[in-house]
Ligand binder design. Structure first.
Ligand SMILES: Nc1ncnc2c1ncn2[C@@H]1O[C@H](COP(=O)(O)O)[C@@H](OP(=O)(O)O)[C@H]1O
Ligand SMILES: [Mg+2]
Ligand SMILES: [Mg+2]
Ligand SMILES: [Mg+2]
Length: 348
């Protein structure tokens, strides 16, 4: 199997990072939350997760040059004001890695942590291999105690070849709006390698099953996902699109790439994302989710039907938005999107 050792390393890294995040979410202290210059909340867990993934990948794959494109950097942790936070992150990372009894693990210093975080400054691009990481996707959901994901992907020559999505709060049972909810066990790990299909197992590593997107061709039977945060994706536009399609049920609104995971196992049939004007998508917000859903038989494109291009650096430039569904529904969905976007443009 291609990328076998990379997949094993990625699963290990994402699972360990998820343990750290679970610990922090449980004991979420107000003081863990502070504001980055862009005002998005960043927590100790974001940094800790990024440090763990960076450290584990580099350690597990020593023979390969290591390039990581990741969301966070240690800027705010340097200098006097960041020292207390950096100390907490260092303790958390060490606690997490020690309790997992990693072979030959020796305690990391604060310097090791900032270095591991700053490994994530790579620009990615169309040549060579680059890991792509969102250490906590859905920070707002994480802070609310809702859904979030650790999203890790590998780019090779500009294409996503592997992806892992750890979703610590996602129920193992379906969350679609059409289904009866059964069971309350949570914690899913989705993973996919190009050409090999998509799989889900529990976060503790058991019950591996292959997953497939919904085969629903009839929009009246389809449910759809969108961001919980209306600031991240226009709920009005998705309402207009799904009404045109004939979708009958209300949207399922959850945070993070857990939406791609849920879609990959058929909980719903459509995911719509229409950021407001001026926002530029980042590759770490979609790379892992995109390969998981694609390998499960789905299609992810921009609003004009173009494939997503992860080869252009840290940004993912798309026409108007991102839409995901199964292959049969995509032509209908694209028509509805086009009509709704035209109506919106002519009403301005
Ligand atoms: N104004 C905006 N429009 C669209 N996406 C935004 C946004 N502000 C932040 N985001 C992105 O939306 C992601 C969360 O998506 P979702 O709404 O599906 O949970 C955030 O990831 P982080 O939480 O990793 O920062 C962030 O990158
Ligand atoms: Mg963010
Ligand atoms: Mg994100
Ligand atoms: Mg994030």
């Amino acid at each position: 199997m291609a990328y076998e050792k990379e997949l094993a390393a990625a699963k290990k890294a994402a699972t360990l990072a998820a343990r750290l995040c679970q610990k922090v979410q449980k004991a979420l202290l107000q003081s863990d939350v502070h504001s980055k210059s862009d005002k998005s909340p960043v927590t100790v867990a974001d940094y800790g997760s990024q440090a763990i993934v960076s450290f584990v990948l580099e350690g597990e794959l020593p023979s390969e040059p290591f390039s990581l494109v990741a969301e966070e950097d240690s800027g705010d942790l340097r200098g006097e004001s960041g020292q207390e936070t950096l100390k907490r992150i260092t303790e958390l990372v060490n606690d997490t890695l020690t309790s997992e009894a990693l072979d030959g693990f020796s305690t990391l210093t604060a310097e090791d942590i900032t270095r591991a975080i700053d490994n994530g400054k790579s620009e990615g691009g169309s040549s060579g291999r680059h890991w792509v990481l969102d250490p906590i996707d859905g920070t707002k959901g994480f802070l609310r105690g809702d859904q979030y994901a650790i999203a890790l992907a590998l780019l090779h020559e500009g294409k996503v070849v592997l992806g892992v999505l750890a979703c610590p709060n996602l129920p193992l049972a379906s969350i679609g709006s059409n289904q009866q909810h059964s069971g309350n066990e949570v914690g899913c790990l989705f993973f996919a390698t190009v050409g090999e299909g998509a799989y889900m197992q529990t976060l503790d590593g058991s019950s591996k099953t292959r997953v497939h997107v919904s085969a629903t061709e009839n929009p009246e039977e389809a449910s759809f996902f969108e961001s919980f945060e209306a600031a991240h994706s226009s709920h009005d536009l998705s309402k207009s699109i799904t009404e045109k399609l004939g979708v009958k049920v209300p949207p399922v609104r959850i945070d993070s790439q857990a939406k791609y995971g849920a879609l990959s196992r058929g909980d719903g049939t459509i995911y719509l994302r229409f950021p407001h004007k001026g926002y530029r998508e980042k590759i770490w917000d979609h790379a892992a989710g995109c390969i998981v859903v694609t390998e499960a038989g789905g299609v992810a494109t921009d609003a004009a039907g173009n494939p997503l291009d992860f080869s252009k650096g840290r940004f993912l430039d798309v026409a108007s938005g991102i839409i995901v569904t199964n292959q049969k529904l995509m032509p209908q969905l694209l028509r509805a999107v086009k009509e709704s976007l035209n109506e919106k443009a002519s009403s301005l």
